[in-house]
Design a protein around this ligand. Structure first.
Ligand SMILES: Nc1ncnc2c1ncn2[C@@H]1O[C@H](COP(=O)(O)OP(=O)(O)OP(=O)(O)O)[C@@H](O)[C@H]1O
Ligand SMILES: [Mg+2]
Length: 224
């Protein structure tokens, strides 16, 4: 298959924005939340930007890993031809150029009429973020247009203050763990409207989870 010439197809406005951002300091539980929280199921089709090999398995399924763009693209193409779940990671040097190539490849597999959504997990987004202003790249496209083509973007990062405003405004779901600084806690207070002292009191694996709608926040603790 000539993956390069492919384009996302079947824009479907009935699809809802399900993008989620996971934010908290190191050890707060972000990667654990992606694995355990339940936003991603065993039967889902999932691709991972995974430069540090954080995802060996998820929901009991082994993650297949590729270190070349072309092999990654071929594996995703084969997976998208089916209605079966898959978990496929790309591990290449962590830089903005590689990240945008990953997003370009993934974009081609959008299909608003596909039986399965395509989940896109992005680990340590701030490492490949250029500016906290509007994200104009293909990553911004996945967030702002991608839902119509069946994309669900899971953006993971330690600091909310180092994420673009597009990431925050286009992700209606927010998993908020222990914050690394007062400035981050303050920003989270504005994003999810939970009292600042409650955000500052979060311990590892504890979280607030914001869903669309004012005041629609629940709290809990992840368990291993
Ligand atoms: N497989 C596991 N079994 C038991 N505990 C685990 C496992 N993986 C992670 N944990 C624990 O869960 C907590 C959160 O770890 P996690 O890797 O989810 O944090 P994180 O927010 O992703 O951190 P980082 O920003 O450094 O990647 C840590 O205390 C860790 O020890
Ligand atoms: Mg992590």
């Amino acid at each position: 298959m000539e993956v390069k010439s492919m384009k996302p197809i079947n824009a479907n406005n009935e699809l809802k924005a399900l993008h989620c951002v996971y934010c908290g300091g190191t050890g707060s539980g972000k990667t654990s939340a992606v694995k355990k929280f339940g936003n991603i199921a065993a039967t889902d089709q999932v691709v991972f930007w995974d430069p540090h090999i954080d995802y060996e398995e998820i929901q009991g399924r082994k993650v297949r890993r590729y270190t070349s763009f072309s092999k990654f693209a071929a594996a995703v193409a084969a997976g998208r031809k089916t209605r079966q779940g898959f978990k496929i990671a790309l591990t290449v040097p962590e830089n903005r150029k590689n990240f945008l190539t990953f997003c370009e490849i993934v974009k081609r597999f959008g299909n608003g009429k596909h039986a399965k959504l395509l989940h896109v997990v992005i680990e340590e987004l701030p490492q490949v973020t250029e500016s906290v202003a509007k994200e104009k790249s293909v990553y911004g496209w996945l967030l702002s247009v991608g839902r119509k083509f069946g994309f669900v973007v899971h953006s993971v990062g330690q600091r909310v203050t180092e994420m673009s405003k597009t990431t925050l405004s286009q992700s209606p779901y927010k998993w908020v763990g222990m914050q690394p600084s007062a400035a981050d806690a303050d920003r989270m207070n504005k994003e999810i409207e939970v009292p600042i002292n409650e955000i500052k009191a979060l311990q590892p694996l504890e979280y607030f989870y914001k869903s669309p709608g004012i005041g629609n926040v629940k709290s809990g603790k992840l368990r291993w």
